[in-house]
Design a protein around this ligand. Structure first.
Ligand code: ACO
Length: 428
């Protein structure tokens, strides 16, 4: 880090603030001493200009549409890597050699089973519960199951918890689906790949052999890679904030799942497909574009826009390509895809979207693929949570291993009443 200084003038006071330089991306003005030296806070609701931590995992250049994990472009990882390899990379910083990858995959495979008592947690939910509600509950419940690895200051304990979370998420998500349709839970089959195993637990039944189609397995694995991490997004920041108090990692990830569920974040893939189905045919697109532009209408084009990407979301490019591959492998088409392509074309040629730099994000096309594979829309965000778990635990580990780590404690601009005396009930 090369340090410079910025000068802040506050009335009569002048303060030199260090400017820190990362390996890429904007420099940051270090304001940590601001309150102690001036008694002022900074104000940035929504964190539009605030770096909340130092991180070496993922870099995004939103203006250029760049996304790098440990330096590797997402397009290259999606094309040539596997979800297991990308997970290892995120957790450990370097790509593994073959033996290391085999060991890592073997370790994850050995943790895929759920404690048998966890079945009872599923029974506590209504059959029509949203899978994200079940995921939140079951992952939170895991915090009560593993008393052998609760010392978060021990790197080995953190590693075991991280591996358990990554390994068990497909079983948890698949069982949430099975529960909703009233089919028996399938135990993991450790002869299959991480992704093949997930597909079998989701779509297989005990009475029949389930054949994992390589093209679908590859597409699913790629979707997992595309969702693996995305620096300090809302759910990751939630996991970090929860973890900053020293909370149990399973509880922290349950908090991340809760945050991801919202329609402005991970819930957008479900909302995007619902929207495309509602639009139905390309001739109705202009009507929806007009609604999205109308400030008096709360409707937004779901799967469009991003806090950071002000150019194409590089994940959306891979997704669009993957739609075609999956359709070819399954020998299906979906008129919704034609509607999506046309909507993208019309929106991108519209001044409103151009001026506001609104482009399709990762969620715009993912729902079409997942729907073709056979997932109901309610499962989309659960799949996102499954894949993002590696990012959450990698970020959590990075935070806890930082010796300077402090509990996250934002301040506020108070606008409520000033101090006043309590008035007894009979005098009000
Ligand atoms: N449709 C129509 N207008 C939009 C859209 C959209 N999808 N997205 C943003 N805008 C407009 C806003 O109305 C606002 O207009 P204004 O400046 O005239 O008030 C302007 O663009 C900026 O929007 P903000 O909401 O202030 O931008 P922010 O960075 O806070 O929000 C967000 C980003 C939440 C992703 C937003 O674009 C959105 O709601 N998109 C739809 C939901 C979605 O697809 N979310 C998935 C994000 S990717 C992910 O989480 C994996």
């Amino acid at each position: 880090m090369v340090d410079n200084n910025a000068t802040l003038n506050l009335g009569e006071q002048s303060l030199d603030l260090p400017v820190l330089e990362g390996s890429c991306g904007p420099d940051v003005v270090d304001i940590r001493k601001l309150y102690a030296q001036t008694g002022n806070f900074t104000y940035d609701p929504g964190f539009t200009s605030t770096a909340s931590c130092e991180s070496a995992l993922t870099f995004i250049d939103g203006e250029e549409g760049v996304l790098l994990h440990r330096g590797y472009p997402i397009g290259q990882l999606a094309e040539s890597s596997s979800f297991m390899e990308t997970s290892y990379l995120l957790l450990n910083g370097e790509l593994p050699d073959q033996d290391t990858l085999n060991d890592f995959t073997h370790t994850i495979t050995r943790h895929t089973m759920l404690h048998d008592q966890l079945r009872q947690f599923y029974q506590g939910f209504r059959r029509d519960a949203h899978p994200m509600a079940i995921m939140c509950g079951v992952v939170g419940a895991l915090s009560a199951f593993y008393h052998d690895s609760t010392d978060i200051s021990d790197p080995e304990h953190r590693k075991i918890s991280s591996h358990r979370l990554i390994a068990k998420m497909p079983t948890i998500a698949a069982w949430a689906y099975k529960y909703s349709i009233g089919q028996p839970f399938l135990q993991p089959d450790n002869s299959l790949s991480y992704t093949g195993n997930f597909l079998r637990m989701t779509f297989g039944v005990p009475a029949e052999e389930y054949e994992v189609l390589p093209a679908v397995e590859r597409a699913m694995d790629r979707i997992f890679i595309l969702h693996a991490d995305h620096e300090q997004n809302a759910s990751t920041s939630t996991v970090r904030l929860a973890g900053s108090s020293g909370a149990n990692p399973f509880a922290c990830v349950a908090a991340g799942i809760a945050c991801l569920w919202g329609p402005a974040h991970g819930g957008a893939n479900e909302a995007a497909l619902n929207m495309l189905q509602e639009i139905g045919t390309p001739d109705r697109i202009p009507e929806y574009i007009e609604r999205a532009k109308d400030k008096n209408d709360p409707f937004r084009l779901m799967g469009f826009g991003h806090r950071v990407y002000k150019n194409y979301d590089p994940r959306a490019t891979v997704m669009q390509k993957t739609v075609r591959e999956v359709f070819e492998a399954l020998n299906v088409t979906d008129p919704v895809f034609e509607t999506a392509l046309r909507l993208e074309e019309l929106a991108l040629s519209d001044d409103y979207f151009a001026e506001k730099k609104l482009f399709p994000n990762v969620d715009f096309y993912s729902g079409i693929i997942l729907s073709a594979i056979g997932f109901p829309t309610t499962m989309f965000t659960a799949l996102f949570a499954l894949a993002r778990t590696v990012g959450w635990v990698a970020q959590w580990n990075e935070m806890i291993s930082d010796p300077g780590q402090k509990i996250g404690r934002p301040r506020q601009l108070y606008t409520g009443p000033t101090q006043r005396d309590y008035i007894s009930l009979d005098k009000r």
